[in-house]
Design a protein around this ligand. Structure first.
Ligand code: XUL
Length: 519
């Protein structure tokens, strides 16, 4: 007897879904809908609207609603057994906010299953476009939040991050300050995650702890709104936000719209949606302290779970509440693929030749070192790009290839430690995780084994489905995630003890050089 769970991911460029069978441990259906391609009427490129105002990046929330209807229609057409789905949960791009006026709950409650939801919700918004995580137009508001919370370090201690432009508190404050009437008329402010969860539940749902910790508004110790941050960002803000919600809670059963229109069982349970990064934590199987993921993509990201907040928190990391209700840290390095590509192209190498260069050099690069800021950097914050070389000739191709990878791994390891992560195993994902020579350097620098997962399905949507399994089936987290997050045992890369001790010394030198480049 199958036990089906549905996970969705409303990401920047697409809406994806995954259906898993908790009985067999298999993914039974996966699908994705790209907004730019399949919903051209919204005129978005890569999921957001063109804008001439500096730093302003918005997307239309109705587009996400229509995408949901379209995706469910396709699932029906593909004979997905909707009636047998036990529960549904989701994930969404973090930080983006949706502004709702009066009548949303009534509209959801009474909506007609014969008419698509986006047509019925058209009048519900006080803002037709939502600022999303790529928006960087709120520097002034960040300064005000920082001041209200007593400075950068205190803002970080209280909310898990220093005040950041894309985080929702600053976005709400900008709206309240610049469009006070529209702000006053706004009854509810949701994140993309809680907005989508509300559609399924058929009523306004509060923001879950994981995504609430990406707003600079949540006291991450108490898991409650921070009164000073709220007061700084807008009048009556608590009423508009509702109380933050435990992501493990079952919100109720699916609304009549979805059961009548798509044939979901009316007993199908609905869970809160989480932020995509916290959801990926579960989708990659990182449910115990020490389990860490490194995604080697356009930017490199490093995230993992931990139990206790460190005494002094790294200003460059974001600390979120994890779906397990532990903490997670997220570090985003802008000079990821970008820096690797820059070196590869500079020396006109293929990836095979690049790997051969790594293999022809030795751990520690005989003392040669690089600070790889080909672009401005996020971790640590670097506003002026500039590559630095130490005992490294630019003409030495082999050593430059090794230097860029060693630098990336040493920076990641140093900053992960400062953020409270103590990696005991790493799951590597993203394009460059196919490169064994890079993963060997990762294992040596972090001094722990590196694995690659057997499947590379959408980890955020999978994490959502697994959260639903956890909420219903009464198993431990590890029992829940294990069948769906198996590693390729044949490709496990172990650290080499001699190289580990070389990097222990080099990491300290790297940290000193990085600090001196910052001043
Ligand atoms: C995290 C962040 C992005 C979005 C992308 O802080 O801004 O990773 O969540 O979806």
């Amino acid at each position: 007897m199958s036990r089906y769970y549905l996970g969705l991911d409303c990401s920047t460029q697409s809406l994806s879904t995954i259906l898993i069978d908790a009985e067999s441990g298999f993914v039974v259906y996966e699908q994705s809908l790209n907004y730019s391609i399949e919903l051209p009427a919204y005129a978005v490129t890569d999921g957001f609207l063109p804008n001439t105002m500096p730093g302003v990046v918005h997307a239309p929330p109705l587009m996400w609603v229509e995408a949901l209807d379209r995706l469910l229609i396709q699932m029906l057409a593909n004979n997905v057994p909707m009636k047998e789905i036990v529960a549904v949960a989701g994930a969404a791009q973090q930080h983006g906010s949706v502004y709702i006026g009066a009548g949303f709950d009534t509209c959801l409650k009474n909506c007609n299953p014969l008419i698509s939801l986006h047509e019925q919700l058209q009048e519900c918004f006080t803002r037709n476009t939502s600022p999303i995580w790529m928006d960087a137009s709120t520097t002034k508001q960040c300064a005000a939040i920082t001041k209200a919370l007593g400075g950068e370090a205190k803002a970080n201690q209280a909310t898990g991050s220093i005040a950041v432009e894309r985080f929702t508190g600053a976005q709400i404050k900008k709206f309240a300050d610049t469009q006070p009437d529209a702000y006053t008329n706004t009854r509810a402010i949701m994140l993309v995650s809680s907005f989508m969860a509300s559609l399924f539940a058929g009523r306004h749902m509060g923001i879950d702890f994981t995504d609430a910790s990406g707003m600079n508004l949540l006291d991450i110790r108490k898991k409650q709104w921070h009164p000073v941050a709220l007061a700084c960002c807008g009048d009556q803000l608590q009423d508009k936000l509702k109380l933050p919600v435990n992501p493990q809670l079952i919100l109720g059963t699916i609304s009549a719209y979805f059961s009548q229109r798509y044939g979901f069982n009316s007993a199908c349970k609905v869970l809160p949606w989480c932020g995509d990064n916290p959801s990926s934590l579960i989708g990659l199987g990182l449910v115990e302290p020490g389990m860490t993921a490194i995604s080697l993509g356009t930017s490199d990201t490093c995230f993992g779970l931990f139990k206790d907040l460190p005494e002094s928190m790294s200003p460059w990391a974001h600390t979120f509440i994890a779906p397990t209700l532990d903490y997670m840290s997220l570090l985003c390095f802008k000079n990821g693929a970008l820096a690797r590509e820059a070196i590869r192209q500079q020396y006109q190498l293929s990836w095979e030749q690049f790997s051969a260069c790594l293999d022809s050099t030795t751990p520690g690069n005989q003392g040669a070192m690089m600070i790889p800021w080909f672009e401005t950097e996020i971790v640590p914050k670097v506003e002026h790009a500039g590559v630095q070389r130490f005992s490294l000739e630019i003409t030495d191709i082999n050593s430059n290839c090794r230097a860029v990878i060693e630098a990336q791994m040493m920076a990641m390891s140093n900053h992960a430690t400062a953020a409270g992560l103590k990696p005991t195993s790493i799951r590597a994902t993203g394009g460059a995780s196919q490169n064994a020579a890079i993963l060997q350097i990762m294992a040596n620098v972090f001094s722990c084994p590196v694995d690659v997962l057997q499947t590379t399905s959408n980890s955020a949507a999978l994490g959502a489905a697994l959260r639903a399994v956890f909420a219903i089936e009464n198993n431990s987290w590890i029992e829940t995630v294990q069948p769906f997050t198996k590693v390729q045992h044949s490709s496990r890369i172990l650290p080499n003890s001699k190289a580990v001790s070389i990097y222990q010394t080099m990491k300290k030198i790297y940290a000193q050089r990085e600090a001196s480049c910052l001043t």
